[in-house]
Design a protein around this ligand. Sequence first.
Ligand code: MN
Length: 355
Amino acid sequence: MRGDRIGLGRAGPVGNGTPGPDVPESAWARAVGLISAAPEVALACHVSPDADALGSMLAAGRALTGLGKKVVASFGDRRFVVPRLLRFLPGQELLVEPAGYPAAPEVMITFDASTTARLGLLNRNAARARELIVMDHHPSNEGFGTMSLIDPAAAATAVLVEELLRRLGVPLDRDIAMCLYAGLVTDTGSFRHASTTPAAHAMAARLIATGLRTDEIARELWDRSPFGYLKVLGLALDRVALERDAVHGLGLVWTFVPRLDRAAYGLPYAEVEGMIDVIRRADEAEVAVVLKEDDDGAWQVSTRSKGAVDMSRVCTAFGGGGHRMAAGYTSLLTVEETMTSLRDLLASAPVEPPR
Ligand code: MN
């Protein structure tokens, strides 16, 4: 029976479930050997961590601690603050500020970072690590470490981490599962994006079976905000613009959030992360953009497409990165200048029929 192939067993060659991540056996074997032999492992995820970056790192941290290893975990932001949305994730006792991170780790693992630039301050430590294991699922990741556990087809970096833990012989407990689930559910857009494969659902089933509360995780991630968010969203919606002729006539919808708006309502930068999900609803636009001014005055540009335009290519051209339908970059120009250069690039970007 065909349906038998889609079981809920562990992924990978040992289980009877859906196929595991597409990483060469030799790479898994080498990574497992390195990690098993190391008394100390340093973990790092990308700056301004999202749930997949931080969740993947903390899940691995918990697991490696359980194996008796000394573990430090960090991310290279100058302002070292865990976004409020992610403070419910277990394992944060492993976090150290970048200044307290080993200068030249014997074994270092990076999570969900597609380039060394995404490591921020920890780029220096990564450059001096004896072994640098890169775990990621961004198609643009060229593998900047001494070894790669990269699968561009994986729904989340958490998928790769689950497989690593299985190979290390670490059973999933509720805390590890919460961290991995936060990454999986975020990167699949609550199992709505095209990355939502049978394997993604099978992994979710394994995680939920540990007893985690999907309702509580969903509320922490998406269904709560300080009141000030509503006011700042109102201002952003008030200035939202639709440019029907942009992107070869496919349409562009965009808005911006100056830090003064946030300051007026005491709203931290991280709280405006999800605003793009409101803006991208507009049927009349293929591409949605939100420019968010961070506390340093730089504009963090979030972009989404509905599949016809590869936003990863567009954002990479501006020094950022991401996925086809969700990508971003940092702009030090004004809003007007940023939008002019983005519009120009979108006007020459190849348009493909949605997959
Ligand atoms: Mn990710």
